[in-house]
Design a protein around this ligand. Structure first.
Ligand code: AMP
Length: 219
């Protein structure tokens, strides 16, 4: 099993890249953002608490995310080649929790890929992002518009704008990233696990770089 972490600031496109990767490779995609949104939609007490953090651009408490991730990981542990972690870990404590969780399951982190992008580009990407309410596919009103406005090209579902893709919350998400997530670069660099992809490149080029890194790891 190979376990790969995709790390980066908000809006660098790792979610889209991860979705494309699992179409090509026999990996499972684990996005804590998606897992939390799923819980939020259930409108349980936990879901309402989660929503509060997300709508302010803050991190949901570590224990909450860890328990949801553990359940998901256990339910997905079939005969895949490995996992792509997208949006987790987001701070040092989560990195340590993930290591311990994987060790319990006889696994480890094999590679961490950092998606580098500027804040300006991130804000532009996020504020125009539209997401399919049915299959989760991402579009962009100018960079990657759907064939028919408001409708998903893949499944016909309706597109919506995430509550946290507003300029105000995007700013806060960046601040949270700088403060809590950025220290992970050093953490993984020291472990010799860190690789970089230039996410300011067009999506297809960044994807090719990503595939090359993973192919080399598999050799
Ligand atoms: P994302 O979809 O990865 O952009 O995440 C959206 C929001 O979900 C973040 O701004 C956080 O509020 C929350 N979130 C996602 N992943 C995590 C995590 N690993 N730890 C804490 N909060 C998270």
């Amino acid at each position: 099993m190979l376990n790969i972490i995709l790390l980066g600031p908000p809006g660098e496109g790792k979610g889209t890249q991860a979705k494309d990767l699992v179409q090509r490779l026999n990996f499972r995609h684990l996005s804590t953002g998606d897992i939390l949104r799923e819980e939020k939609e259930k409108k349980t007490d936990l879901g309402i608490q989660i929503q509060r953090y997300m709508n302010q651009g803050l991190l949901v408490p570590n224990e909450v995310v860890l328990e949801l991730l553990r359940k998901k990981l256990e339910s997905l542990r079939t005969d895949c080649e490995g996992f792509i972690f997208d949006g987790y870990p987001r701070n040092i404590q989560q990195a340590e929790n993930l290591e311990a969780l994987l060790a319990e399951m006889g696994m480890q982190i094999d590679m961490v890929i950092f998606f580098d992008v500027t804040e300006e580009l991130s804000v532009q990407r996020l504020s125009g992002r539209r997401v399919c309410s049915k299959c989760g596919a991402n579009f962009h009103i100018t960079n990657m518009p759907p064939k028919q406005e408001g409708i998903c090209d893949y499944c016909g579902g309706s597109l919506y704008q995430r509550d946290d893709d507003t300029p105000e919350v995007i700013k806060k998400r960046w601040a949270t990233y700088m403060e809590e997530t950025l220290p992970l670069l050093n953490y993984y660099e020291k472990k010799g696990l860190l690789y970089r992809v230039d996410a300011t490149k067009p999506k297809e080029e960044a994807f090719r770089d990503l595939m090359n890194l993973i192919r080399n790891l598999k050799k």
